[in-house]
Design a protein around this ligand. Structure first.
Ligand SMILES: Cc1cc2nc3c(=O)[nH]c(=O)nc-3n(C[C@H](O)[C@H](O)[C@H](O)COP(=O)(O)OP(=O)(O)OC[C@H]3O[C@@H](n4cnc5c(N)ncnc54)[C@H](O)[C@@H]3O)c2cc1C
Length: 465
């Protein structure tokens, strides 16, 4: 029987990053993956393919504004097959990249369904054959799948999840998206740019419900301007397929029944953890509604068993969170000095147009937590680089604590918001104060300067507004 220091089940951004770090720190590591490729949801049907499509949509949007930028472009046509082919090429390249990094760091990978067989033992099932692996530590990184609505069957042809929507043979003329979270708004942005008539239905009273209220309002405004229909407080009752596509029936916020027909319907109502049939019943790990409880080093109640990524109770389902959880857990196993995983330091990035980047407390959360809150806001309309880019929508909002100037949260919507987010992530991680940030020199001209102005705006000292 093969013996390892660490066996990881799942090769998503949680599992593969943990494996590479384990290899770097000298742990003999094996990764078990059920799919015929490495990289998980994020690389194959999540972060990467969606961002490829968003980038293509952005290029197309720029072509549509060619005259404004001084170009005459005749007959600009979308070649959907070529766009999908480029997406697939990028995904494949990066999946091969993980294989290379595994070889470089002496990480082994085994194909098959992984399951805990007992303390320190993992069974791998492939084509009806079971082999066993022995490992001092086991890490579960099995990720998640899209949820559906009660009574709604996703067929990936008409009623789609994130999987089917990424391989559509053509751009649909009409698309209904159920769910206004990050996944829903990113696909709304992509398909609206490519000309689809898009309707977004959201059960809660605001779009991107986890974001600061002002960010949600700004996104709703920008989306409506683009021609995306948004129905908030819409309770979807049924999705019925017919010869033309499907009809979605919902009760709107006034209590009126409405039906909207579309060629395709995307269900984007969240993700469920993939923790069935992985042998958890043989362990002391605490499992609640499919999510595994883990401590600050991602350790479960079963000695030597760790859980990371989308399957962990109470942690955000994000690739960068999964990766850092893996790094911290592996550091613990290798006896390194690593910090506890702190969920308050996990940034959120939504790559729709306009982009959203945020970290820390929203204004409402800060007030509810009892802080004396001070707000600084700066609009991209007053930022010179935003003028150069021709992208004036949105703002940066800083939520700070009045007395000591602690930076509690930063929320940006607008050009490159997901990139300039790196600054407040560092600020929050290093517990920088408002005064530190006010004296940080921001390169000129950059959209990042809007963030500098927002920090200054908390004290009423923004230069450009
Ligand atoms: C459309 C979409 C867009 C997204 N965009 C972003 C984004 O831009 N940024 C971001 O941070 N997050 C994004 N996410 C979320 C991100 O994809 C997930 O948070 C991330 O993939 C979770 O990583 P993970 O390692 O926990 O699991 P996964 O990536 O789901 O990987 C789990 C792996 O485990 C394998 N597996 C499962 N069970 C077994 C088993 N029993 N045996 C062997 N192998 C098994 C699976 O095949 C899979 O390869 C997006 C998600 C979606 C759906």
């Amino acid at each position: 029987m093969a013996k390892y220091d660490l066996a990881i089940i799942g090769s998503g951004p949680g599992g593969y990053v943990a494996a590479i770090r384990a290899g770097q720190w000298g742990l003999k590591t094996v990764v078990i993956e059920k799919d015929p490729f490495l990289g998980g949801t994020c690389l194959h049907v999540g972060c990467i393919p969606t961002k490829v499509l968003l980038h293509h949509a952005e290029i197309y949007d720029t072509f549509k504004r060619a005259e404004e930028f001084g170009f005459t472009v005749k007959d600009c046509k979308v070649n959907w097959d070529a766009i999908l082919a480029r997406k697939d090429k990028i995904v494949k390249k990066h999946s091969k990249g993980i294989e290379f990094l595994f070889r470089k760091n002496k990480v082994e990978s085994v194909s098959g369904w992984g399951r805990i067989a007992g303390p320190g033992r993992v069974a791998v099932e492939k084509d009806g054959k079971i082999t066993e692996i022995e490992a001092t530590n086991i890490m579960l990184a099995t990720g998640s799948e899209a949820r559906s609505l009660p009574g709604v069957t996703i067929d990936e042809k008409t009623i789609l999840s994130n999987r089917g929507v990424l391989t559509l043979p053509a751009i649909p003329k009409t698309l209904v998206i159920v769910g206004c979270g990050a996944v829903g708004v990113e696909f709304a942005s992509i398909f609206r740019s490519f000309g689809a008539d898009v309707t977004l239905l959201e059960m809660l009273p605001k779009a991107v419900p986890l974001e600061d209220e002002e960010i949600s309002v700004e996104l709703e405004k920008a989306f409506r301007k683009k021609g995306i229909r948004i129905e908030l407080e819409a309770k979807v009752e049924s999705v019925t397929k017919d010869s033309k596509g499907a009809s979605v029936s919902f009760t709107d916020k006034t209590g009126k029944k409405q039906t909207v027909a579309a060629e395709k319907v995307l269900i984007a109502v969240g993700r469920r953890p993939l923790t069935e049939n992985i042998g958890l019943e043989k362990t002391k790990a605490k499992v609640e509604r499919g999510y595994i409880h883990a401590g600050p080093y991602l350790e479960t109640d079963e000695p030597g068993l760790y859980a990371i990524g989308d399957i962990v109770a109470g942690l955000p389902q994000l690739a960068h969170a999964a990766s850092m959880e893996g790094i911290i857990a592996v550091g613990r196993m290798a006896g390194k000095a690593v910090p506890e995983f702190d969920r308050r330091r996990v940034p959120n990035a939504t790559y729709c147009e306009p982009q959203i980047g945020s970290i820390g407390l929203t204004e409402r959360q800060a007030r509810e937590a009892g802080y004396q809150v001070k707000i600084g806001k700066f609009p991209f309309a007053a930022n010179s680089k935003a003028s150069i880019l021709g992208q004036h929508e949105g703002f940066v909002k800083v939520v700070a604590e009045e007395k000591y100037g602690e930076v509690l949260g930063v929320h940006a919507i607008g050009p490159l918001a997901t990139e300039i987010l790196a600054e407040p992530v560092t600020a929050v991680s290093l517990e920088a104060t408002l005064d530190d940030m006010m004296f940080t020199i921001h390169a000129h001209p950059t959209v990042w300067e809007a963030m500098g102005d927002a920090f200054n705006a908390v004290r009423g000292l923004a230069i450009n507004a």
